[in-house]
Design a protein around this ligand. Sequence first.
Ligand code: 8X3
Length: 255
Amino acid sequence: MQSLKGKQALVTGASAGIGRATALQLAQEGVNLTLVARRENKLNELKKELEKFNVKIDIILLDIRNRDKTFSTISEYLKNKDVDILINSAGLASGVDPIYAGSYDDWDKMIDTNIKGLLYISKPIIEQMKKRNTGDIINLGSIAGIMTYPNGNVYCATKSAVHSISEGMNIDLQGTMVRVSNIAPGAIETEFSIVRYHGDTEKAKKVYEGYTPLSAEDIADLIIYVLKAPAHVSIQHALIMPTVQRNPYILNRQQ
Ligand code: 8X3
């Protein structure tokens, strides 16, 4: 396994969930971090928490749905920084409705963040990685991108797109040492379901009742493993599920 010490990572969605947990573990590994998110107070809190690891931390306040702002901010940033690791963790589910009752606003939010935002931020970083012939890109997919489930429709489609984009990145970067990994979790308890149910914490809690779901830290553990794999090893796709869940339909809850 290789050391990550001294590398530079950029983490989107760093203010919560998988992004936050991954940032913490990267800092423990001695990785310098650029934290990207929209919520300034959360990023400042995290930055404070990471100070003890003696790594360099930058904050970029950015809504990756904004194409022009994302392009100009990241292009400017890349003039002075080489990014070794890109963690594309920003993403969300919004709404749980059948397709005939879905909200355009929910759909736009998911498509604009999970697909378009990921593309906007990745492009300039990939260009730099290709030139440098090195780098790791971790995209957060989902079991939802493999199996569509009732009322998941557009969310599932966006994650399916992330899987295709990851494959496309890998194929188009052939001949370089850049590695692209699609990490696809099953049921994971973060802010995910609270956001999906538009802030209804009761409904969100019920999703995880009667079993031990994945935690953000479980995913961060896997991401660190993927990043530390020797340079000749590329984990292109990893499905990570709670042991009690075999697919979106098969989940053993205690009664
Ligand atoms: C998170 C997993 O099954 O809730 O993407 O869609 S699931």
